[in-house]
Ligand binder design. Structure first.
Ligand code: ATP
Length: 264
């Protein structure tokens, strides 16, 4: 579905990341981890074609993204940015219905079927009661859920999510991740998301891409790359990785802080 080859990205003359290669297949949930400012959002903007690559290639379904029209690309790929405040006081229902834009004919308004899809996305995320609220007057976490609903209404095959659970309460974090896993498993979506929580990668991802400060990176199953060595090198903290035995099924791996180490 998505193929990144030897990608370098950055702003102007400044290269932030280089030599990144990975691919994402349908039915995969890839978690991207890395410290603040390492380049996760920059990587996303580049693979979405919002920022020109400094080198390398991004292919979607075998075709370089530069050859995709924005409209065709938007039917295929959904993006959940870090929560933002738009300049206009749209109703939540309208913001979610905007997810249908790429599926509409030029200048057409969303039809009944589009509005039903938007309504279903609101229901799925448990925010149907907010439909008539003004987007600029709801909380940061609620806005985050609205942006996720908008991306679901878009019905993409590939979903790129920038810290989708960052502002959410514990229950909503679990509900959003459970829903993402469900659509990956049942609808064969490909999802790539950033998180600052190693446990989110350990518990939910099929693979993880871990970025380090010196432009090194690791790619593998979460168990392979999200380990105490990575967490020590990257964040300067000591952690314990624990496999929780369960009566049925495979053990669950989690990480807990051992002590808070401070970089010398
Ligand atoms: N518009 C921009 N112009 C120039 N430099 C930028 C711009 N946006 C980000 N940067 C720089 O690029 C680097 C990577 O930023 P980026 O936002 O990709 O990090 P990140 O890994 O997503 O961080 P965080 O976890 O804090 O969201 C940072 O050093 C940042 O200062």
């Amino acid at each position: 579905m998505l193929e990144i080859r030897d990608l370098s990205c950055g702003y102007g003359r400044r290269t932030v990341l280089s030599g990144i290669s990975f691919s994402l297949a349908a039915g995969e949930l890839l978690c991207l981890l890395g410290p603040n400012g390492v380049g996760k959002t920059t990587l996303f903007k580049t693979l979405l074609g919002l920022l020109p690559a400094h080198g390398g290639e991004v292919r979607l379904d075998g075709q370089p993204i530069g050859r995709w029209s924005r409209r065709r690309f938007a039917r295929r790929v959904g993006y959940v940015p870090q929560a933002h405040t738009p300049p206009f006081p749209f109703k939540v229902r309208q913001v979610v219905a905007m997810g249908r834009t790429a599926h509409l004919a030029a200048f057409a308004a969303p039809g009944r079927a589009d509005l039903d899809i938007a309504e279903a996305a609101l229901e799925t995320l448990g925010i149907a009661a907010l439909a008539e609220a003004t987007y600029t007057e709801i909380s940061g976490g609620e806005r985050q859920l609205v942006l996720i609903a908008r991306a679901l209404a878009q019905q993409p095959r590939l979903l790129v999510m920038d810290e989708p659970t960052a502002n959410l309460d514990y229950g909503n974090q679990l509900r959003v991740m459970a829903h993402v896993r469900r659509i990956v498993g049942t609808q064969g979506l490909g999802v790539i998301l950033t998180t600052h929580d190693p446990n989110q990668a350990l518990l939910h991802a099929t693979r993880a891409l871990v970025l380090e400060r010196d432009r090194r990176y690791g790619l593998g199953t979460p168990a392979e790359v999200v380990d105490d060595g990575y967490l020590r090198r990257t964040y300067g903290v000591e952690t314990e990785i624990i496999d929780l035995a369960r009566p049925c099924g495979t053990p669950r791996r989690i990480c807990v802080p051992a002590e808070i180490g401070v970089r010398p």
